[in-house]
Design a protein. Sequence first.
Length: 343
Amino acid sequence: MSLTREMVKAGLSNLESTTDGSSMVYVDCDINDMNLEDVSLLGEYKHLLHLNISGNLLHDLRCLQPLTSLRKLRAGGNRIKDAADACPKLFALQDLDLSKNAIPRMSHVTDHKYLRKLCLDGNEITEMAGLQGLEHLAELSLKDNRLSFIGGLEGLKVRRLLLDGNEIAETGGVAALAQTLEELGLGNNCISVLSGMSELARLVKLDVSANKIAHMDEVQKLSKLPHLRVLAVGENPVLGHADEYDEVASEVHSDIVMPDHNHDPPEADYPQSPADAAGSTTFAPPAELPREVLDKYKLLLALQQLTMLNGEPVSAKDKRKALNAFGHGQQDVDAGAFGINQP
């Protein structure tokens, strides 16, 4: 089916003045989910700024070349197999969505030198090549592709990188974004070692859920990230390993500087472990606590800067309970002694 003027007319919206102020034109067009195979008629609408042609049957977007003012293009869910066909030289383009096509590589993307946001989710991309020169790119999403490693990010200034649902085992290449990256999505991959993560000085949000992280020393690498506040690490083998608790608690205790004033008796929220009651220096977790609570406290001991863990808010009270539960015996811990803000 080919696009008709009636279809275009029905999809036009947002009337604005032209740059020279001589007339009024529609700058938005939405013609998605129409089973269209030909949209060449759109080449006549040169004032368009935002175009949505997702969910059609398009193989080639080169007919959009005349739309030199286009800033935002949604073309996901089509039948594009070659990025050269998907990327006409639209020099004003800032936001490009080519998700759910069949694109195997990111060629010709660098023609859009002002691109700020690029979404290539659900394609068949195997390597992160072809991004050099996109100096304005701030957000890159390559979820649900076939990537096995992270690379090709040198010289970029990406702040948000989403790579969930791939086959990634090696993450060292993410260190190329050490000075800019604020959010990193790596859920549902094959990661067991968090290489390169400790260099991400500006990272605020990290998702490494549903991977193969089995040792707490990998999670503890994240304690070096001063701005990390949101972490998703569920569905990893590291959770529920009882032999990891003593290691984490011991390391936390080695860094503790106790305040020089007296404290009230501990809160009675949770019972003490037998080891604590006996005055032992082994920091075994209270057996009475549910596994999910132990997992949460284990992570909070290692990463006391968090405010959100596995989708749930972390309060100062949570942090205080974690510290008290793992080896402070008869003495309650003042959260302020660990830089924890009181609620």
